[in-house]
Design a protein around this ligand. Structure first.
Ligand code: FAD
Length: 396
């Protein structure tokens, strides 16, 4: 298991989402001693469905996790596009996620995190309900101050703490230097009742707006994704502001939306954020580096979870390859992983245009293309099937 003990070092990972526990697992396998600090008190049991595919699949296979991930996967097999009247018009198959399909796995994000944390827990230390408040590095290590735990010194610190990363803020600078609003906002909440069909995601568009209902294994989720400019007063923690923004954006929308807006006022489980990308010229500074959304968020229209897993594996492999030269390892990690991330970041505009068309004509054209396409989901510029367009946004 821990084959290179002589190379081991103490590594603090901030964040037990997708990237953090994956990195902890692989670092432990390479003989490092990982500690993961997570702000939440524990792992939550529900979440937005995300897709695992491409470069993530060999990594989770090497961790032996495919059966647990399959067991927690959603049962969704199709998307159903609805007309302005609400009438079903096009069924878009999701063969990869069907019982027969093995190409990709759609799974609630927190179930994914739970599987990854369980895999990492045997070999890594986890500190839940805590966070980093200060980092001070010198030539030989990083002194870390926690909100609750006693201060400690580590050889390396990795920020895997998501879009609104504290590590990035402490070490690289304020969020507005690196986080770019992509012209969309997203809100999700539980429907509070099972979906009508346990295998179909419903998608309803009006110009600049999308509403979807995802069956999500009996815990149906509603998503609102809508276009809107960056706002100087936007606060990703202000729930009252979030309710107001969604209500204003959907005030004139029909179908089931009036009822859903009523539920929005009551729900205590509202997720809301600006759809954003993160771009930094360099993902490391001395002994501190960034991983996953903290380094290179793709927005919800990309393969964020898959790339978080792939990036964690790459980072662990590079650190293991030259444990005495972390600077070279971190450079190789960024070089290799950014080659996967950057093309996907450039696809954002196309993905947004297909998922949330600006005009009625755009919606009609998108629906027609979906109906006529032999592989019904929209495809990306490089020809790779782009479930992100049809699936992630509606199944976030
Ligand atoms: C609505 C929505 C839908 C999405 N749909 C998809 C999809 O279909 N497919 C896909 O591939 N990707 C999707 N994504 C993106 C995907 O969820 C992310 O790219 C992925 O979760 C990134 O993993 P991560 O580990 O970098 O960050 P996260 O999963 O965000 O994890 C970060 C962790 O850090 C913790 N944390 C944050 N701050 C601190 C702190 N200061 N101290 C300690 N801990 C902290 C958080 O609690 C969290 O556990 C979606 C995202 C959203 C928001």
């Amino acid at each position: 298991m821990t084959s290179h003990r002589e190379h081991s070092g103490d590594v603090l990972i901030c964040g037990a989402g997708v990237a953090g526990p994956t990195l902890a697992y692989w670092l432990a396998r390479h003989g490092f001693r990982p500690t993961v600090v997570e702000r939440s008190e524990g792992l939550r049991s529900s979440g937005n469905p995300v897709d695992l595919r491409g470069p993530a699949l060999p990594v989770v296979d090497a961790m032996g996790l495919r059966p647990s991930l399959r067991a927690a996967a959603t049962e969704t097999t199709a998307l159903r596009l609805l007309a302005a009247s609400g009438r079903p018009i096009t069924r878009v198959a999701m063969p990869g996620n069907s019982a027969a399909g093995r190409g990709e796995i759609e799974i609630p994000r927190n179930e994914l995190a739970a599987v990854l944390v369980t895999a990492a827990r045997e070999e890594a230390e986890f500190l839940f309900d805590d966070t980093i408040t200060a980092l001070a590095q010198d030539e030989h290590g990083v002194d870390v101050t926690f909100a609750r735990a006693a201060p400690r010194r580590f050889d390396l610190v990795i920020g895997a703490d998501g879009l609104h990363s504290t590590v990035r803020h402490l070490v690289f600078g304020p969020e507005d230097e690196f986080v770019r609003h992509a012209g969309l906002y997203v809100a999700t909440m539980p429907l509070g009742a099972p979906a009508d069909d346990s295998r179909e995601v419903l998608i309803y568009n009006t110009p600049g707006r999308l509403v979807s209902i995802h069956p999500n294994r009996g815990r149906a989720l509603v998503a609102f994704i809508f276009r809107g400019p960056a706002r100087a007063d936007f606060d990703h923690r202000d729930v009252h502001q979030h309710r107001r923004l969604v209500t204003e954006a959907y005030a004139d929308v029909g179908w089931r939306v009036p009822q859903l807006l009523g539920r929005l006022q009551e729900t205590e489980d509202l997720y809301f954020d600006s759809v954003s990308q993160v771009r930094l010229p360099t993902w490391s500074h001395g002994r501190i580096a960034l991983l996953g959304d903290a380094a290179s968020c793709l927005s919800l229209l990309g393969d964020g979870s898959s790339l978080a897993i792939a990036g964690a594996h790459t980072l662990a492999s590079e650190l293991a390859a030259s444990p005495a030269d972390h600077a070279a390892a971190l450079r190789r990690y960024q070089s290799a992983h950014s080659a996967l991330v950057e093309p996907r970041q450039r696809r954002l505009r196309l993905s947004a245009a297909l998922l949330v068309p600006r005009t009625r004509a755009g919606i009609t054209a998108r629906n027609l293309a979906a109906r006529l396409s032999p592989t019904p989901r929209p495809t990306s510029q490089n020809g790779q099937r782009d479930a992100s367009v049809a699936q992630q946004g509606v199944a976030p």
